[in-house]
Design a protein around this ligand. Structure first.
Ligand code: FES
Length: 194
């Protein structure tokens, strides 16, 4: 858990592009970290949680607030698999394509999902139900091949079990009528940031 920090007395620019109140969530994180540039990843996490993905306006806003080059912010956002610059589906499946996973059929898992859902890694199904992402090493090579379905890490998967896991996740939300998308509290809860 990250430590709470004292809020900065002078925020750089309080303007919210388009007046979207979700920018207040980003501001809270910026203040919590006193606009420190090394808080970039945490700020991007908050931005993605609030908006679902990191569209260009968000990257520009974060770069301005942290006084970082946009190219740097863009580079970080595209380097890490958990950031997305495109709208994500209701469910997501991240397949590790690192060396350890690759030699244990990770590419076959990707192919199985592509065949089943008609989209390639990096894409979302037309109905918005599923996003498939290929990632670099997820840091659990001993469990290869590894994938993450809706935030749940699955180990030693096969193409068949991986497809079943994704199908199960989609079916479960259909049965309950609940999607997987996270709920974000946009209320102005500044006390929680102290
Ligand atoms: S290569 Fe897949 S977890 Fe490391």
């Amino acid at each position: 858990m990250l430590e709470s920090r004292t809020r900065s007395a002078a925020a750089p620019d309080p303007t919210h592009p388009g007046g979207d109140p979700r920018f207040a969530l980003i501001d809270r994180t910026l203040k919590r970290f006193r606009f420190q540039q090394d808080a970039l990843i945490e700020v991007l996490h908050t931005a993605q949680e609030a908006f679902g993905f990191l569209e260009e306006d968000l990257l520009i806003y974060v770069a301005r607030q942290l006084k970082l080059p946009l190219s740097w912010v863009y580079g970080v956002a595209t380097f890490y698999h958990f950031f997305s610059l495109q709208p994500q589906g209701e469910h997501n499946c991240i397949i590790c394509m690192g060396t350890a996973c690759y030699v244990k059929r990770a590419a076959e898992i990707v192919a199985e999902l592509q065949t089943a859902y008609g989209v390639e890694a990096g894409q979302t199904t037309p109905d918005g139900k599923l996003s498939i992402t290929a990632a670099r090493c997820l840091g659990s090579c001993g469990l290869a091949p590894v994938l993450i379905v809706d935030g749940q890490v699955l180990a030693r998967e096969t193409p068949e079990t991986a497809l079943a896991a994704v199908q199960q996740a989609i079916a479960a939300s259909a049965a309950t009528g609940n999607g997987h998308q996270s709920q974000v509290d946009t209320s102005d809860d500044e006390e929680g940031d102290q």
